[in-house]
Design a protein around this ligand. Structure first.
Ligand code: ADP
Length: 235
């Protein structure tokens, strides 16, 4: 267990978390912690449980055993009505972007603020424009997602994840469908989110990509945490 004095500095705490899908055990006895404003990779082969872990974090799925705290909220006991509150603290980025094709890039990003209850048109416009500038898509604000490249779509998804100023950004294989240059650019934007104060958790099976960033790595294999030889685990 961790030192008591560390508890306040941890925004995510998993203790012996298990997730079963029927007979399949996707995660088994998984314990790990993430510090506030940490930039962390979760890696492992296909089927290791990486996506399941992300889904548990935003309550896309419920754990079947164990104990988890995310930004002070107890996931094991959370009722449905608390889920929106949890999700306001989290921005999520997916491998397949999950943009709304019938809305412009601007509208896709603005929707998050509208859903969070922001009423001021000018505030929404100002913040969305800032974010689109940051991700290099200001000139595509009025474009529809199907007209964009994969890298551009993912940069729009990063803007959408950041616009509500969430404390935590989760990215599930955000670069898996991108070429190396676009991947690097998306990772640099996630670094920028980290520099603005967010805690960032990224799953990827791309070890080359991980090796280019100085960050802690948690390794999964068949739903269990494993230590990679030569790396000291501190969380
Ligand atoms: P990864 O993201 O590392 O590829 P996943 O978390 O997607 O791994 O999957 C972990 C295991 O859980 C796999 O055996 C997968 O088949 C299983 N699994 C994931 N989601 C479901 C589901 N909704 N129903 C049944 N089995 C699932």
């Amino acid at each position: 267990m961790d030192q008591i004095s560390d508890i306040d500095s941890q925004i995510i705490r998993f203790y012996r978390v298990t997730k079963h899908f029927g007979e399949t055990c996707a995660l088994q006895d998984l314990s790990f912690n993430v510090r506030k404003n940490e930039f962390l990779f979760i890696t492992g082969p296909s089927g290791a449980g990486k996506s399941t872990l992300i889904k548990l974090l935003y309550m896309g799925e419920r754990m079947t055993g164990g104990y988890a705290i995310v930004d002070g909220m107890n996931l094991a006991r959370m009722g449905r009505r608390q889920i929106p509150e949890l999700r306001r603290r989290i921005g999520v980025i997916f491998q397949d972007f999950k943009l709304i094709d019938s809305r412009t890039v601007f509208q896709n990003v603005a929707l998050v603020m509208e859903a969070a209850g922001f009423k001021s048109r000018s505030l929404i416009r100002e913040r969305v424009e800032d974010l689109l500038e940051l991700v290099g898509l200001a000139h595509h604000a009025e474009a529809y997602p199907p007209t964009l490249s994969g890298g551009e779509k993912q940069r729009a998804a990063v803007a959408r994840a950041m616009v509500g100023k969430p404390k935590i950004i989760l990215a599930d294989e955000p670069t898996a469908s991108l070429d190396p240059d676009a991947s690097e650019r998306v990772l640099r934007l996630l670094r920028a989110a980290h520099a603005r104060g967010a805690t960032v958790v990224i799953t990827t099976h791309d070890r080359d990509l991980i090796s280019r960033f100085d960050a802690r790595v948690v390794y999964l294999e068949s739903g269990r945490r494993v230590d990679s030889p030569g790396r000291e685990e501190t969380g």
